[in-house]
Design a protein around this ligand. Structure first.
Ligand code: UT7
Length: 331
């Protein structure tokens, strides 16, 4: 029997219009544009403005683009999986809200919380529903409105993050292209180094938690940096070894966009030249679950059927992992 793989058959993306530049950040916190650019690679990031707008609204834009490109409607969709740490609400899930907003009346879905690995964990999950033959069209979204959980008085974090959403469509393939392998990892001992303290069941929201700014991102930057450099490089090397790939076999690395220095270190370990590395951190900053599908969205026209692609990520939790796929279409 021919093996069914899950292939990405369309990509959509959305970033809000408002551009928060490093120069504007200089007017908000004690920082300077040059420090931000040289230490992180970020020049500007997008911010979702507007009363009552949230992560689902960015996802809707990305998904509608994807549906148009593929020439299908929301009614054709079986399932929507959303990687996010900034859901519209604690419950119901952002996936539920998206299904309603786009009219995906035949779909079901849920959110996956894995911070910067949210898209990768969601993609690996979506793949299972296609490979088993259960579903024919699964949308996987990575999206975060990081501006809703960033403390703009903390210069060590507010310079890093932005808002955005990217979506991919998974469909069955039998031509050998599609998602071929994944390695996914967690280490809960890392939970102390990048987290949001309040708003969960341990520290529910109260006047005290709001007064203490405990509903925003806290990060021990250097510790996360060290783990990210090792984690992303090693998991990428591991998936290459498992699939007998060398640097010259790989057309593209799609790395999580947290810090250009982490991306460069990963590419070096994989023996990849910079032209093979997708990068948009300069324009969007770290959009958490959004970074990887937004890279695919930006680079889609350059991708060719059969290209070997390695996706790689590291984030809060700690969570990290890598996916190996063969691109399934020419744009
Ligand atoms: O996506 C999830 C995973 N997240 C990551 O992978 C992020 C990992 N961490 C990082 O990317 C980096 O650690 C940061 C970008 C967060 C920080 O860069 P760093 O090179 O590790 O800086 P540092 O924390 O060691 O700070 C160096 C100096 C300090 O000053 P002193 O003590 O040397 O005088 C900081 O106070 O830079 C200072 N600093 C700043 N200066 C200007 C920290 N933030 C800023 C700032 N502007 N925004």
């Amino acid at each position: 029997m021919t093996k069914i793989t899950a292939a990405i058959t369309a990509v959509g993306g959305y970033v809000p219009d408002y551009i928060l530049t490093n120069a504007e950040l200089e007017t908000i916190v004690d920082t300077n544009a040059e420090w931000i650019e040289t230490r992180t690679g970020v020049k500007e990031r997008r911010i979702q403005k507007g009363e009552g707008l949230g992560t689902s609204d960015m996802c809707v834009e990305a998904i509608n683009e994807l549906l148009n490109k593929r020439g299908i409607t929301a009614l054709d969709i079986d399932m929507i999986i959303v990687g996010t740490v900034t859901p519209d609400f604690v419950f119901p899930s952002t996936s539920n809200i998206i299904c309603d907003k786009i009219g995906a009346k035949n779909a079901w879905g849920y959110d996956i919380s894995a911070a910067c690995s949210g898209f990768v964990f969601s993609l690996a999950t979506g793949v299972q529903f296609i490979e088993t033959g259960k579903y024919k069209k699964v949308i996987v979204v990575g999206a975060d409105k990081m501006s809703s959980i960033v403390n703009y008085e903390d210069r060590t974090t507010c310079i890093l993050f932005g808002d955005g959403a990217g979506a991919v469509l998974l469909e069955p393939s039998t031509d050998g292209n599609g998602i071929l392998d994944s390695i996914l990892k967690v280490d809960g001992a890392g939970r102390h180094f990048l987290f949001q303290k309040a708003g969960g069941s341990v520290y529910p929201a109260s006047h005290a938690t709001v007064d203490a700014h405990e509903h925003t991102v806290v990060q021990e930057g250097q510790t996360v940096f060290k783990h990210a450099v090792v984690g992303m490089a090693e998991v990428s090397a591991e998936i290459m070894k498992n699939n007998r790939l060398t640097g010259s076999d790989i057309a593209w690395l799609v790395p999580h966009q947290a810090n250009k220095r982490i991306i460069d270190a990963t590419a070096k370990r994989m023996e990849l030249s910079p032209e093979k590395v997708m990068m948009n951190i300069d324009r969007y900053g770290n959009t958490t679950s959004g970074t990887i599908p937004l890279c695919l969205w930006n680079y889609e026209k350059k991708l060719k059927k059969g290209d070997n692609i390695i996706i790689s990520t590291f984030g809060a939790g700690f969570t990290w992992g890598s996916i190996y796929l063969k691109w399934a279409y020419n744009s």
